[in-house]
Design a protein. Structure first.
Length: 297
């Protein structure tokens, strides 16, 4: 058996399964996802990427095998990616041995690298919850519930928490905050796409990118995605298909304003100031976010 133990987590391989356990200070997404057992048939490859501090052990899964990667659609930050392990300098030899063991097993078992037609990993454990920004999303396998906090718009809080059965949902999409643009976790009702901005949409969380915890919304998206009708039908590789089901293709994510777009940057500064005065942002969070905007200017 091959095993590598690091502060970032522990990976073991017994010839059939790569078992991944997150470290105590791992990203909230990895902490909430917990231990993952990756069957060899779900693995497309593995590599060790050395650098001056040690390197990274990276497990590459076959397209469509993992519901979390499917829901993230390539937007997971490296710290949140459960299939990347930070390796310290004195353990690079162990990492290289681990890579050899997995590669040899893939060769012996003749595991193909191509996409699969069904999820090979179970995804997040139910019930699951996550989010941030203006609320929290939860899913128990049958119903989705969006609970608003005091920072949500009145158009959302006026009706109380939003609860709807899975049967009313045609698709789901998670988009993290990118640059100066907010992110969202949006559920698409069977009646059709909603054009309302996430800030006012009772089927969506508006995510601001202030806290790492907000990324846990992707776990709710993954749990819902794999239980939608047709979710286990043939899947295209994740880089070719967005996280929404085939009911309706999502609009492309708006690009962040360029560094020279002073109007957008000034608006962002005003928004940060309002959040700070309202107590949403701590002094430290406000200072960090403000400096990032100022550097762009």
């Amino acid at each position: 058996m091959a095993e590598i133990i690091q502060r970032d987590g522990t990976w073991t391989f017994d010839g059939d399964t790569v078992r991944i356990v997150p470290g105590g200070k791992a990203h909230p997404v990895r902490q909430e996802l917990g231990e993952i057992a990756v069957p060899l048939e779900a693995v497309a490859g593995i590599s060790f990427e050395p650098d001056r501090k040690g390197g990274r052990l990276r497990l590459r899964l076959r397209g469509g095998a993992c519901p979390v990667l499917r829901a993230a659609d390539g937007r997971l930050r490296e710290g949140a990616d459960p299939y990347v392990l930070i390796v310290e300098k004195d353990r690079t030899g162990v990492a290289e041995y681990f890579v050899d063991e997995v590669r040899n097993a893939l060769l012996i078992e003749q595991v193909p690298e191509g996409p699969v037609d069904r999820f090979l990993l179970p995804g997040p454990t139910l019930p699951v919850s996550g989010g941030g920004g203006d609320g929290t999303a939860s899913f128990d396998g049958e119903s989705i519930r969006l609970t608003w906090n005091w920072k949500a718009e009145e158009s959302k809080t006026a009706g109380g928490a939003s609860t709807f059965p899975l049967s009313r949902i045609a698709g789901v999409r998670w988009l993290p905050s990118i640059g100066l643009e907010n992110g969202y976790l949006r559920f698409e009702p069977v009646e059709g796409p909603v054009s309302t901005p996430p800030k006012y949409d009772t089927y969506a969380l508006d995510l601001w990118g202030i806290s790492k915890k907000e990324h846990t919304a992707v776990l709710v998206a993954a749990a819902v995605l794999m239980r939608l009708p047709g979710a286990r039908a043939a899947l295209d590789p994740p880089e070719a298909t967005p996280a929404l089901t085939k009911a309706a293709p999502p609009a492309a994510a708006p690009p962040p304003p360029p560094a020279g777009d002073h109007d957008a940057l000034l608006r962002r500064l005003r928004e940060l100031g309002e959040l700070h005065r309202a107590g949403v942002l701590t002094d430290e969070e406000f200072s960090t976010a403000k400096q990032a905007v100022l550097r762009s200017m």
